[in-house]
Design a protein around this ligand. Structure first.
Ligand code: NAD
Length: 364
């Protein structure tokens, strides 16, 4: 019965290589600077994996846990009513991000159709029953694991030998932890904003997943030894997967990390100061614009399926995702070798060259 006003954003960074593309985030800390930064990351990410999109991002400054499902639906629909002329299946295509899911994407599709008719490709990450793609929900997490596998292979190691810690147990983190566990890795640490757990012998990931499916958060799970949230990132492991929010690896904790590899599931989890420290310490960072690009890659498959009105099965999605992630990794390692640089710099070299080439060829 009350009226409240929320501020929403959509930033379109670059469309030289194709329609703008990027997620929509519901979080109290969303502001114009964050959305701008994330929009530019999308431009580089789509270029790194070579999917034909540009970069965009959106968000609403809201704590969705304080809203009922009906309120969340009304908020989403109002936002779409405000921006429907700026998005479209060949213009700008939103997708899920922090605190938005397949249901939110379904509301976006439906609201957009009121103005423009049937265009399921206007948004990706939809429910599989409503023009979504098989394998989209796990795609970012699976892509993170493929990135880890590829890098370990270059070091003569395999996933089954590795000890992993995953921060964030939402869309990206929970699937990354599950797939690592399924592939035989020892997932020693997991955590979300409510609780963290660490056991050097490995945690029972399926039990944690079952708990979160029911309770939504890890708090209250008794399947492993709990630790203070601040200790999770500093716990001993081979592979650390930050898969929650940005800016969690900083100059204040980078010296204390006890991992060999950071696989960036989240967008922007490492500050530039921390990046320098990790490089000096010989800790390899698999950069976000490559490591978490599995989500936008399968979003691209979803869009292709929507346009063709032809659904792929999950096996095809996985095979194509692996092909694209492995090719991107080869491009990064070759570029890193040519320019004698780290993988993040290599990823930006690959991406900026591709965007610049497209802009030049268009004659801009
Ligand atoms: P989500 O909302 O599904 O999950 C976020 C998780 O982070 C939750 O488990 C939450 O409890 C946890 N978290 C929040 N604050 C925390 C804190 N202070 N400490 C520990 N845990 C905390 O979001 P998501 O879609 O999994 O996105 C996670 C990250 O991955 C974001 O940076 C997002 O931009 C990035 N990302 C997501 C996708 C995607 O397809 N969903 C694709 C690429 C990148």
């Amino acid at each position: 019965g009350h009226v409240r006003t929320f501020t929403g954003y959509r930033v379109q960074h670059d469309n030289s290589r194709g329609p703008f593309k990027g997620g929509l985030r519901f979080h109290p800390e969303v502001d114009i600077d964050e959305v701008r930064a994330l929009a530019s990351l999308m431009t580089w990410k789509t270029a790194v994996v070579g999917v034909p999109y540009g970069g965009a991002k959106g968000g609403i400054a809201v704590d969705p846990t304080q809203l009922s499902s009906h309120e969340l639906e009304r908020l989403t629909r109002k936002f779409v009513a405000g921006i429907h002329d700026l998005i479209g299946d060949h213009v700008d295509i939103p997708a899920p991000d922090v605190n938005t899911n397949a249901q939110v994407m379904a509301w976006i599709m439906d609201e957009y159709s009121k103005f423009h008719g049937f265009h399921p490709g206007v948004v990706t990450g939809k429910p599989v029953d409503l023009f979504g793609s098989a394998g989209r929900d796990e795609a970012t997490g699976r892509g993170v694991v493929i990135a880890i596998e590829e890098f370990l292979r270059t070091q003569g190691h395999e996933v089954p030998e590795s000890r992993c810690v995953v921060q964030g147990f939402g869309n990206v983190g929970s699937h990354a932890a599950r797939i690592l566990h399924e592939k035989g890795a020892r997932v020693c640490g997991i955590g979300d904003h409510t609780a963290s757990f660490y056991d050097a012998a490995g945690l029972n990931v399926p039990s944690a997943l079952a708990w979160v499916r029911e309770k939504r958060v890890l708090q209250g799970w008794s399947g492993g030894p709990s630790i203070p949230n601040g200790e999770l990132l500093l716990s001993p492991c081979d592979v650390l997967v930050p898969a929650a929010l940005g800016g969690v690896l900083t100059k204040d904790n980078a010296e204390a990390l006890q991992c060999r590899i950071v696989a960036e599931g989240a967008n922007g989890p490492t500050t530039p100061e921390a990046d320098e420290i990790l490089q000096r310490r010989g800790i390899t960072v698999l950069p976000d614009i490559f490591a978490n690009a599995g989500g936008v890659t399968v979003s691209y498959f979803e869009w292709v399926q929507n346009i063709q009105q032809f659904a792929w099965d999950e096996t095809r999605v996985r095979v194509e995702l692996e092909r694209i992630m492995r090719k991107a990794f080869r491009d990064l390692t070759q570029t890193a070798a040519t320019h004698r640089t780290d993988l993040r710099t290599a990823a930006f070299i690959v991406a900026i060259e591709r965007v610049a080439r497209a802009a030049q060829q268009r004659g801009v």
